[in-house]
Design a protein around this ligand. Structure first.
Ligand SMILES: NC(=O)c1ccc[n+]([C@@H]2O[C@H](COP(=O)([O-])OP(=O)(O)OC[C@H]3O[C@@H](n4cnc5c(N)ncnc54)[C@H](O)[C@@H]3O)[C@@H](O)[C@H]2O)c1
Length: 330
């Protein structure tokens, strides 16, 4: 028998554990959980891509960080033994681009962390699991807008690992009645998103290149689209889903803001006052062609907040400009 969402422990006063909590979305979630009045917020992050600076406020406010690998069960076991955890938010992952470099480990991380948590939950280590899926599990849209019933056609090992983890969550709910649910964000943007190296996403890379005096790049035709949502809106939706989404269910988290990549890059260039050339690069293999979501289910569950894209993008670019001015953009 599945637990009902209405029986979940309130976030105020609870102990929440966030895997991947030093990363982009996870660190904003940690801040929000502290603001919600969580009694204790525990972060487990191996700092593969996460950044201690993302947790500056949270650590000052009392969050506890374990610099540990959530793929390694003995590490998780001793952390759960040390804290009476109520709810786990599973944000740990290795960025999509990493799966082109090391597909097996990208797949393993996405499945192993989820399985470790499901096993711990099955043995009673905590009550509720919010598992982070991704729009990448759908592959290119077979119909638009894409709802939660859209077939899963992962085009990368990253997405395949995420899809497998989703199935694991659903099966553990059916088999053992666990209180676990799946949130499925589309493309997030905002402050703290990784901007360095080959694992960075399109908005951080474009901002970094322009701020460093390099031409921004469009891969392929630029007609490929993604559905962009501001990170604080995703976090807000996740918090509201915790109170509303039944066990075993998943929900798209999207702002219904489908943008072509060429248009997005031109908008960033304009915002940053860049008037130079935009370089054309070859299409990336396995690139999803179209993501265009419906958030009808989410909107029926909760009163969600949506930041206008121009406002969110400006906040984001201001943050990257400040990082650049501080010599932290590399
Ligand atoms: N950013 C997006 O646009 C987006 C879109 C859809 C879904 N998601 C999902 O949201 C979640 C968070 O994504 P994000 O953008 O914040 O990613 P991120 O890379 O910024 O954060 C992931 C964190 O996981 C940590 N990590 C990796 N392997 C680990 C391990 N074995 N043990 C412990 N920590 C580990 C990393 O160090 C990093 O801090 C992920 O599950 C991701 O799939 C993100």
């Amino acid at each position: 028998m599945s637990s009902n969402s209405t029986e979940r422990t309130l976030l105020a006063g609870c102990c929440a554990l966030v895997t991947g909590g030093a990363g982009f979305i996870g660190s904003h979630l940690v801040d929000r959980l502290l603001r919600e009045g969580a009694r204790e917020v525990v972060v487990v992050d191996n700092l593969f891509l996460g950044n201690l600076e993302n947790l500056t406020q949270a650590l000052a406010a009392g969050a506890v960080l374990y610099r540990e690998d959530a793929e390694f069960m003995p590490s998780l076991e001793y952390i759960f033994a040390a804290h009476k955890v109520d709810v786990v938010f599973n944000c740990a992952t290795k960025a999509l681009n990493y799966s082109f470099l090391n597909p097996m480990n990208a797949f393993d991380t996405n499945t192993r962390v989820a399985l470790n948590l499901l096993e711990l939950q099955r043995k009673g280590a905590f009550k509720a699991l919010c598992h982070f899926s991704t729009s990448e599990v759908y592959g290119t849209a077979l119909y638009e807008p894409m709802d939660e019933a859209h077939p899963k056609n992962p085009t990368t090992a990253y997405a395949a690992g995420k899809a497998a983890a989703d199935l694991a969550v659903e099966s553990y709910v059916r088999m053992f009645g666990l209180d676990a649910y799946i949130v499925r964000p589309f493309n997030n943007y905002g402050p703290r998103q990784n901007h360095s190296g080959p694992l960075a996403g399109v908005i951080p890379v474009t901002a970094r290149r322009i701020l460093q005096g390099q031409a921004p790049e469009i891969h392929g035709s630029g007609a490929q689209s993604r559905d962009f949502i501001y990170v604080l809106d995703t976090v807000d939706a996740v918090i509201k889903c915790h109170a509303a989404l039944p066990a075993g269910e998943c929900v798209n988290i999207s702002a219904e803001n489908c943008l072509r990549i060429d248009a997005l890059i031109r908008t960033i260039a304009k915002e940053l006052g860049y008037t130079g050339e935009i370089a054309s690069k070859p299409e990336r293999g396995s690139d999803v062609a179209c993501h265009n979501a419906t958030s009808a289910k989410l909107r029926a569950l909760a009163d969600i907040r949506l930041t206008p894209f121009d406002h969110g993008l400006r906040e984001t670019l201001t943050w990257y400009a400040a990082q650049h001015a501080a010599g932290r953009l590399n």
